[in-house]
Design a binder for this molecule. Sequence first.
Ligand code: G3P
Ligand code: MG
Length: 243
Amino acid sequence: MKIFAHRGASGTRPENTLPSFAEAIRAGAEGIELDVQLTKDNELVVMHDEQVNRTTNGKGAIKDKTLAEIKALNAGSWFDEKYASTKVPTLKEVTDLLIARNYRGIVEIELKTNVEDYPGIEEKVSDLMLSQEWPFIYWYSSFNLDTLERIHKLEPKTRIDLVMKDSEEATNMAMDRSYIKGIHPSLDWALAHDAEVPNYPIDVRPWTVNDEENLKKVMDLQVSGAFTDFPEEIQLAKRRNQQ
Ligand code: G3P
Ligand code: MG
């Protein structure tokens, strides 16, 4: 079972920023998850929400802003004033950090097309990821099945997982598409399906597991992985419970 740092070490650093990814690397996270969106001028930026409101000092949609406009925002003060100089990173800046730190875990790139279509985002991400070799392994995920199909056509050999909240329909669709190798359900969904999850024919990785009690529960479900905002603590707890 592998522990993924959800939006980096987002419990202790501003999510989806270079400090949060640097902390996940320092903590020895087995995997790192990040969310990708597309700006008005077709640049790939790493942010969870489609709007900049929650995690920056700006307002409005990423799709209506240029990269220069997004780079002018403060992406750290909402979390802690000591991160006031933190900017929204591009996907390239995150991969540069991962290379600089020689990160050798798994990087999960979630394409955030569940609200916005972001036409061409799959090609943009794939162009970057195929442009060189990496010290890490990377996978793709999305809530959007059309995005998964498009990215699979672009990179038939790259692993692809479906992110889902609580829909049986989405689970069945994942089963019907052999290129989808896993599902990422909410923790609540996984715990409510405790009879089925251990026998699932594809991998299951719930989000978000932030305490030892829930970690033990998902370990009992024999899931292949879990997402956490606190990679250091949850990896330590995993080791304790494996002994
Ligand atoms: O892949 C798990 C997780 O990233 C899904 O939820 O909304 O945090 O991107 P979200
Ligand atoms: Mg995500």
